[in-house]
Design a protein around this ligand. Structure first.
Ligand SMILES: NC(=O)c1ccc[n+]([C@@H]2O[C@H](COP(=O)([O-])OP(=O)(O)OC[C@H]3O[C@@H](n4cnc5c(N)ncnc54)[C@H](OP(=O)(O)O)[C@@H]3O)[C@@H](O)[C@H]2O)c1
Length: 220
């Protein structure tokens, strides 16, 4: 049985937890506080879920989802995440996160920064252009004409392979938008991201929107 570690138990973390359990995974999940603060969520998620600290989640998960806004000073358990595939869902929202000159200047994308913070992990950007509450209602089986696609970006092909399989199990096609330096093409305000607010796009439309995105959007 594969266990998915999830750091962050807000909108995204809890919805990915629900979807993972419905797909047959067990999950271990953390917020920034003690595990007891997640008792209600764990009761709701059922016996396939348990709460732990972020460090325990990082150690226990076969792979780990980070569903936590990015901070400039790393607040993730880098040592415990060593060698693991880390799915990072964060979107850079200066109004919420503060301004990061490193990102605003275009020196690196937000997910390249996460990779710098977790140098021995295999970071992959995923689930960033789908609203968490739509993870269940937008899911469709393979071959359904209404099935939508989600983009991923990583510097590690094995991470792309794993998340492509996971997204398929969740009911989504995948378009590979690697490496991480290209991940700005799916950030907030891009056409891929805006389309997602209106119901998403199929594989062909997503691939086209990625290519047509007019210019580098610093930081995304
Ligand atoms: N909401 C969406 O639909 C959506 C969709 C795509 C992408 N995103 C992006 O995904 C990220 C997460 O979004 P969200 O909406 O899930 O946020 P959220 O509802 O505010 O939840 C954030 C979670 O992260 C936890 N957290 C914060 N710092 C932590 C730390 N150092 N260690 C462990 N846990 C920590 C918080 O724990 P506490 O409660 O203890 O503070 C909380 O459980 C954001 O960057 C967001 O832009 C969101």
């Amino acid at each position: 049985m594969t266990t998915i570690g999830i750091i962050g138990a807000g909108e995204v973390g809890s919805q990915i937890a629900r979807k993972a359990i419905a797909t047959g995974y067990t999950i271990v999940i953390a917020n920034s506080r003690v595990p007891e603060t997640l008792t209600d969520l764990i009761t709701d998620l059922g016996p396939s879920a348990r709460a732990a600290t972020a460090a325990e989640v990082a150690l226990t998960g076969d792979f780990v989802v980070i569903a936590v806004p990015l901070r400039l000073a790393n607040d993730m358990p880098a040592e415990e995440l060593a060698g693991k595939i880390v799915i990072d869902t964060n979107n850079y929202m200066p109004g919420r996160d503060g301004r990061f000159p490193l990102l605003d200047s275009g020196q690196m994308t937000v997910h390249e920064l996460r990779q710098v913070q977790l140098p021995t992990s295999k970071v992959i950007k995923a689930f960033t252009h789908i609203q968490a509450p739509t993870l269940f209602p937008f899911a469709r089986p393979q071959g359904d004409p209404d099935r939508i696609a989600l983009a991923v970006s990583s510097d590690y092909p094995e991470a792309v392979e794993l998340v492509t399989r996971l997204q398929d199990q969740f009911g989504y096609d995948t378009v590979d938008n690697s490496p991480l330096s290209e991940s700005w093409r799916t950030g907030p305000g891009t056409s891929v991201w805006n389309q997602s607010l209106m119901g998403g796009q199929d594989r062909e439309a997503l691939a086209r929107n990625l290519v047509l995105e007019p210019r580098r959007q610093p930081g995304r």
